[in-house]
Design a protein around this ligand. Structure first.
Ligand code: ZN
Ligand code: ZN
Length: 277
């Protein structure tokens, strides 16, 4: 894109991503990919419909007592948008060597099939649903589906979060969509808010406890920080999974998952080197 084509004000996340690339040239390819993915999502964001879930506070509170709020049936999905996003995201990931050629072919085949695409997306959204049909070839496509579904899920989460009080939610998975967190933010008051890897909803969680297996024994949590002290990683020695956190107490900007997930790639590598996943 040349100068003349650039929108007058770039979204803050893209500005921060460009800065990250200058500061850490090793991350250039990951940054470029993230910018492409954000720009793709922006193309459909404005026309994403609200979910069909009733947005009244009392009803949502009642639902929340039994589990995450947003069921697959609540999502209003324009399949041509999903098809477009899945293909375009897969192509961008392939260009940046973030997707295998064989997975790229699977995306092309599945998105061409009006029956199989909804099966893929539903199985990704509700993996625990025993009644849902599955596609054996869906393995390895989670990141592509996530990119395609993100505009729908973040829009739904924003609408729901404006109406519901999450203070009673103490589970490790997302109160809105049931997804897992992969990033957290430590607030200036030293609370830890987990951030859903799918819909980006945030909810308060114990400062020490592992959100995946609820291990809360301090001696069985290994943590380390990035060189600049902005990010911290907590790895659980019981289930061997880990979660990263952005420490907003020592930061000049709020947490931005699209930026911080790329900035913490070196921490991911360090955790995986030590055998965590
Ligand atoms: Zn979620
Ligand atoms: Zn654990």
């Amino acid at each position: 894109m040349n100068e003349a084509q650039q929108p007058r004000a770039e979204p803050r996340e893209i500005v921060e991503l460009r800065r990250l690339k200058e500061e850490q040239p090793d991350l250039a390819s990951a940054v470029d990919l993230q910018i492409e993915l954000l720009q793709l999502q922006r193309r459909v964001q404005a026309r994403v419909p609200l979910p069909s879930i009733r947005l009244d506070t009392a009803y949502l509170r009642e639902l929340l007592a039994t589990g995450p709020l947003l069921r697959f049936e609540h999502l209003k999905i324009d399949w041509s948008d999903i098809r477009f996003l899945a293909r375009a995201a897969a192509a961008a990931m392939r260009t940046h060597e973030a997707l295998e050629a064989s997975d790229m072919r699977k995306v092309e085949i599945i998105t061409r099939d009006a029956d199989r695409l909804p099966i893929l997306v539903r199985a990704w959204y509700e993996p625990a649903d025993q009644n849902a049909p599955i596609l054996p070839e869906a393995e390895g496509l989670g990141t592509v589906v996530l990119q395609a579904m993100r505009p729908i899920l973040t829009r739904a989460a924003d609408a729901i979060l404006a109406r519901v009080d999450l203070s009673g939610w103490s589970r490790g998975n997302c109160p809105v969509c049931g997804g897992e967190p992969d990033l957290a933010v430590i607030t200036p008051a030293a609370d830890r808010l987990l951030i859903c890897s799918r819909c980006l909803a945030r909810w308060r969680f114990d400062q020490i406890m592992c959100p995946f297996c609820r291990n809360a024994e301090r001696s069985r949590i290994t943590s380390f920080t990035s060189r600049d002290g902005r990010y911290r990683l907590s790895a659980c020695d019981v289930c061997e999974r880990y979660i990263k956190a952005y420490d907003a107490r020592r930061a000049s900007r709020p947490v931005m998952p699209a930026v911080d997930s790329v900035a913490t790639l070196p921490l991911d590598a360090a955790a995986m080197q030590r055998g965590y996943k």
